[in-house]
Design a protein around this ligand. Structure first.
Ligand SMILES: Cc1cc2nc3c(=O)[nH]c(=O)nc-3n(C[C@H](O)[C@H](O)[C@H](O)COP(=O)(O)OP(=O)(O)OC[C@H]3O[C@@H](n4cnc5c(N)ncnc54)[C@H](O)[C@@H]3O)c2cc1C
Length: 386
């Protein structure tokens, strides 16, 4: 099914202002933002694969732990979170898709005094770095934690938590589908099952051959997640992004809404299942599954919430995060190609608020806000990545 019709099409060739390769949460958000500005935009997306990050994430809006030593990233995250009420309302209205969105706050429970002390130090560091911007997170005691989640009997060693009211969670697939649909309703085009094969310059723009014909564009956005490494190769650019394997487990449904506030690594999905997963493994593109990893995650989850052990695990799987090698987002143009943009990041659900608000303007030549400027490729130059 092809949604939308504003790309000019003759035979199997289309012409658009901006072509976005990749319709995950990053590309779909940029496409939506461009369509809002009246740009003739087309987003193409390869055949869906379950282990793509946009289809396998936890849907957290998570800003409290971004990131000691990089105040720009902290502000970027908090500012993104603040865009969500408006973004969700706009997406729901334009797409007609309801997006379960819960700005509930978020918790990182601490198992043992030592962990509590380390977390408190981290939070204090963030508070100092935030300066006048203010850091809206704090440490809470076990009794305060119990008041926030009264239906959970916490493990004996849980002595408190880090708490931030600007965290939350949403249904990430609904948001991605809403972004695509809203873009189309605003006149953009979304081509599913459409893989970009080759890219070359044509006049002052670019010609992309795809599994659904040729698409010519003035500007090109590479938002293919880990595939940006292959897409970047058309420009001799080594995109410094790497697969980061997650292994998750899912329990049977709990009818009660026991976990209305998400815990980092432990959330209740809108369907009632409990999802557990926090490991980061750097094993290339291996999406193998190791029982040891999942059982250690399970042990941690039970140490936080012992009653979890009574639930049956119904599914385990592994998938790949899209991880820039220093963990920070990448927003830049390709060297020598001012009209080709490369966007990569972890936490793209969280960052959707600020992505929709800023990246379309960047593509249109209006630059990035001050905090966004540190996320250029030039920071990798010393390591030879560019
Ligand atoms: C287990 C897990 C949990 C996570 N939890 C969270 C969370 O709670 N909160 C949060 O903010 N983030 C979370 N993330 C991270 C978040 O999911 C990712 O940052 C985000 O999905 C990246 O989106 P993307 O669109 O950049 O990349 P992708 O999701 O990889 O999407 C890229 C898209 O490009 C398409 N594509 C690639 N190559 C081509 C081509 N040649 N032609 C056409 N299309 C192409 C693909 O089909 C794909 O749909 C999590 C990730 C994982 C794996």
């Amino acid at each position: 099914m092809i949604l939308g019709n504003r790309s000019k099409k003759s035979a199997d060739r289309r012409q658009v202002d901006v072509l976005v390769i990749g319709g995950g949460v990053t590309g779909a958000g940029v496409g939506f933002g461009l369509a809002k500005k009246g740009v003739r935009v087309c987003v193409i997306d390869d055949t869906p694969v379950v282990d793509r990050a946009s289809r396998s994430n936890m849907g957290l809006i998570w800003v409290q732990s971004k990131a000691l030593g990089i105040p720009e990233y902290m502000r970027w995250g908090f500012n993104s979170s603040r865009h969500f009420p408006g973004l969700i309302a706009e997406l729901e209205e334009t797409s007609g898709i309801h997006i379960p969105y819960n700005p509930t706050g978020g918790l990182i429970p601490c198992v043992g005094e030592e962990e509590y002390g380390r977390r408190a130090e981290y939070i204090e560091g963030l508070r100092k770095e935030a300066g006048d911007f203010g850091y809206n997170g704090t440490m809470i005691s076990r009794s305060e934690l119990e008041k926030l989640l009264p239906k959970i009997s916490f493990g004996d060693k849980v002595c408190g938590a880090a708490w931030c009211e600007e965290d939350g969670f949403l249904e990430p697939l609904k948001m991605m589908f809403a972004m695509r649909k809203a873009m189309v309703n605003l006149g953009g085009t979304f081509l599913p099952e459409c893989r970009a094969h080759t890219i070359r310059r044509e006049g002052s723009g670019y010609l992309v051959t795809t599994s659904r014909g040729e698409i010519a564009c003035d500007k090109l956005v590479l938002a293919g997640g880990l595939s940006n490494r292959q897409l970047g190769a058309w420009f001799d650019l080594k995109v410094p992004v790497t697969p980061d394997r997650a292994q998750d487990l899912l329990t049977e449904r709990v009818t009660d809404n026991v976990l209305p506030i998400p815990i980092l690594g432990l959330t209740q999905t809108p369907g009632g299942t409990i999802m557990v997963g926090y490991k980061h493994e750097y094993v290339g593109t291996d999406t193998g599954f190791t029982p040891e990893a999942v059982s250690s995650e399970g042990r941690w989850a039970v140490s936080v919430w012992p009653d979890l052990a009574k639930l049956r695990v119904i599914r385990c799987w592994s998938c790949l995060r899209v991880m820039p090698v220093d963990g920070l987002p990448i927003y830049d143009t390709v060297p020598g190609h001012d009209n080709v943009f490369v966007f990569n990041c972890h936490s793209a659900v969280t960052l959707s608020g600020i992505h929709v608000a800023t990246l379309p303007d960047y593509v249109l030549g209006n630059g990035l806000p001050e905090d966004g400027k540190i996320f250029s490729l030039s920071r990798f130059t010393k390591t030879g990545a560019k």
